[in-house]
Design a protein around this ligand. Sequence first.
Ligand code: DP6
Length: 310
Amino acid sequence: MKATAFAPVNVALIKYWGKDNNNLRLPANSSLSVNLTNLGTTTMVEWSKDFINDLADERMIQHLDRIRKLAKFNLKAKVITKNNFPSSAGLSSSASGFAALTLAATAAAGLKLSENDLSRLARLGSGSACRSIPDGWAEWSKGNNETSYAKTIFPADYWDLRILVIILSEGKKAISSTSGQEGVKTSEFYRVRLNGIDSKIKKIKAAIKEKNFRVLGEIMEEDCLSMYGVMMTQKPSLMYWLPETIRVMQAVRQWREEGLESYFTINTGQNVLVFCEPKNENEIVKRLEKINGVIEVRRDKIGKGARLLA
Ligand code: DP6
């Protein structure tokens, strides 16, 4: 009763920020993301009556309990999990982590769940994890416990865009996305942001359909800043950026003025993700690597969803 799964990191172009206050992780707004090809989490789960305790952290133990309930057994779990990137620094380790855990633990239990069911279950572990289950471009709809899951809207190979993952510091963030979201309603901008999301999703989907990189990038960048507008005006106020984060944002804008096009987005952390077209990738990487404070630039592409390795 053992299985190993890999799940990719996903990057939201339209962010999830705000949810109900019970354990269902029902988002206040729909969101839209792409999976990465290289960055992700590999997780091995083994169920056995011989283990004394679960080998996992508290949030993972709660997730294993959900799976025990579905499998109708009471076995203990051994979990070995590894991220191939720095954790808790705004690179969505909880998304890839809970997606990989969901797939490995259900497969090891012999459960055969549909992609939608896996996505729904991953959502209960960490909201954004539901988007790391399906391939490529994914949309996670707000809704109720049954209808709120992510599905592919365009396949991974639909549009060859490059995503540059800029590691600025390996320091961990002080406030997790889970606790950060508790204060959303205290921001005067929260409602305003929510009111505009559906039309933004419509526009960005049209831009993907037409492969209009400029419109895609502008909406993505604007939505990141809109989420930060909420974060910064919440009480207590959240601010994840470092001086080097802002340096990268300003450089990206400066290069755009000069005709070298790319757009940034940031999650809850200091690191920045930059989207560009393949023809500009080498030049942008070269310039990013010269920015003071940039430790590493990882090149990535749009990839498939969670899958079993063994
Ligand atoms: C800024 O999915 O980590 O990355 O549901 O509490 O686990 P929980 O939150 P989480 O929040 C992700 C927030 C974000 C935006 C996004 O990925 O959409």
